[in-house]
Design a protein around this ligand. Structure first.
Ligand code: HEC
Length: 124
């Protein structure tokens, strides 16, 4: 009987650990998907779907195409917190998103941008 209890507890512990492990994956994936969605709807018209910057919009805005490339060297050096501040308050021709996106949404969109920087370093 005691042996049986011990086995039951053991199985339960493994089951709980496994569920937590899987849940964390699902949550992390959901987070990225939300950030990507936001990026595509709010940022890609200027920064491009891949965040490498829209040369067309750079021309329209009369800015250096490198300024809208979020995967480039300059942007890769920025900390996530600095980028969040820019998105919140704007910077030159970069519009501010205060009041349009929540702090959580800005964090998740920057997390997505940062994941692109890590995954595909700019060819420059
Ligand atoms: C209307 C076009 C436009 C949209 C929309 C836009 N941006 Fe920008 N963004 C710019 C421009 C232009 C710059 C370059 C600003 C400068 O001259 O330093 C920029 C710069 C940035 C930078 C670099 C900031 C820095 O500190 O150097 C980040 C990060 C950024 N944008 C993130 C975003 C995110 C995230 C979104 C969507 C929520 C977004 N942008 C939407 C035009 C835009």
């Amino acid at each position: 009987m005691r042996q049986h209890m011990r086995e039951l507890i053991g199985f339960t512990a493994i089951f709980v650990a496994l569920s937590l492990f899987l849940t964390s994956f699902v949550l992390a994936a959901g987070d990225d998907a939300a950030g990507q969605k936001l990026f595509e709807s709010k940022c890609s018209q200027c920064h491009g779907k891949d965040a490498k910057g829209s040369t067309k919009m750079a021309k329209v805005l009369k800015v250096d195409p490198a300024a809208v490339d979020l995967t480039g060297e300059a942007a890769s050096k920025l900390k996530a917190e600095e980028m969040e501040l820019t998105v919140t308050n704007g910077k030159k021709k970069m519009p501010k998103f205060k009041g349009k996106l929540t702090a959580e949404q800005i964090q998740s969109v920057i997390k997505f941008v940062k994941s692109l920087q890590g995954a595909s370093p700019s060819a420059k």
